[in-house]
Design a protein around this ligand. Structure first.
Ligand code: NAP
Length: 307
């Protein structure tokens, strides 16, 4: 067996970089595998105003780049590449990354969760320019504007309610008549006079990629088939997240939606394997909470190696 690593970290979002910083400062020379979406969800946002320490806010990609530099200064090694397969039944653990095989004594999983998108080309072109999957990150930019929220679950209700702080009107667009949201969340949204509902309605297009801003949506009623243009300055998606935990199926515990199940925030059922950030957190999903669990995972890995 070639070189055995002390720590390998899967994912390079807030959680991964924080775990990298702590394990690098503990002289464990962590290897960070950056994955398909280097930088994670922060790299998709614009101004971050709720990460403490930046009184004027900081651009998401800049914050992530700073974290990377900070960990790099203490010897964290970054490698582009996606983990295809892991074997946690052997020790050291085995990771397959393309043609390479990596062995490690501890593994920190910070592979995040990806927002679910509608998949329209115009939607993808306008991410960060009026299309967002994070109301707490981007809602503030649409003060005094009319906003659309897509989805019929608790996330969509929560986003719609949060956005009423800024918007003059929030329109919740849902593809069915029935809602997946809990009664309490649905009632709250229904009783908010700033929120109007459009049910049995789907988004067919987002205007206007040529202007690099959202000016409206093309909507279709699924029962009447009527198609119309709807004015909006932003579209927020609340149609769920997909935790990036598929590769651990059968080896670690996941809940019904695929999130890794942890004890004490970061402990998985395999000693020496830790999970942090959005791959195990369906509740808070904030940059600062991801950083917090990244730190916990690093401290646990350190302790495990000492023992
Ligand atoms: P969810 O419950 O799976 O709801 C997703 C919603 O998006 C559904 O209404 C679904 O429509 C819709 N949707 C999915 N794909 C779509 C598409 N391609 N086009 C249009 N609509 C689409 O997801 P979630 O709301 O993120 O909630 C996830 C979990 O977290 C739930 O257990 C929820 O209770 C929990 N959560 C709780 C709170 C809270 O209590 N404060 C807040 C947020 C989340 P259909 O209904 O037609 O499938």
């Amino acid at each position: 067996m070639d070189h055995i690593r002390n720590v390998v970290i899967i994912g390079s979002g807030c959680a991964g970089h924080t775990a990298a910083l702590y394990t690098a400062r503990a002289n464990l020379k962590p290897l960070i595998l950056e994955g398909h979406e280097p930088g994670g969800q922060l790299s998709l946002t614009t101004l971050v105003e709720n990460f403490p320490g930046f009184p004027e806010g900081i651009q998401g990609p800049e914050l992530i780049e700073n974290m990377r530099k900070q960990a790099g200064r203490f010897g964290a090694q970054y490698q582009l590449g996606h983990v295809d397969r892991v074997d946690l039944s052997e020790r050291p653990f085995v990771l397959h990354v393309g043609r390479e095989t990596i062995h490690t004594r501890t593994l920190i999983i910070a592979s995040g969760a990806s927002a679910r998108w509608l998949g329209l080309p115009s939607e993808q072109a306008l991410i960060g320019h009026g299309v967002s999957s994070c109301a707490t990150c981007d809602g503030f930019f649409f003060s005094g504007k009319e906003i659309a929220v897509v989805g019929g679950g608790d996330s969509a209700m929560e986003e719609a309610l949060f956005l009423t702080r800024f918007a003059t009107k929030v329109t919740l667009i849902h593809r069915r008549e029935e809602f997946r949201a809990s009664k309490i969340m649905l009632d709250r949204a229904r009783h908010n006079e700033k929120i109007q509902f459009l049910t049995s309605t789907v988004v067919e297009d987002v205007y206007d990629p040529a202007k690099a801003e959202v000016t409206g949506l093309k909507l279709r009623n699924t029962s009447t088939k009527k198609v119309w243009d709807f004015p909006a300055s932003a579209m927020f998606l609340g149609i769920g997240h997909i935790p990036n935990a598929r590769m651990f199926e059968g080896q670690l515990d996941t809940d019904a939606d695929g999130y890794l199940v942890t004890k004490n925030n970061v402990l998985t059922r395999v000693p020496g394997v830790y999970a942090c950030g959005d791959v195990q957190d369906r509740r808070y999903r904030q940059a600062i909470t991801a950083a917090g669990t990244g730190c916990m995972a690093a401290l646990e890995a350190e302790r495990f190696l000492e023992e």
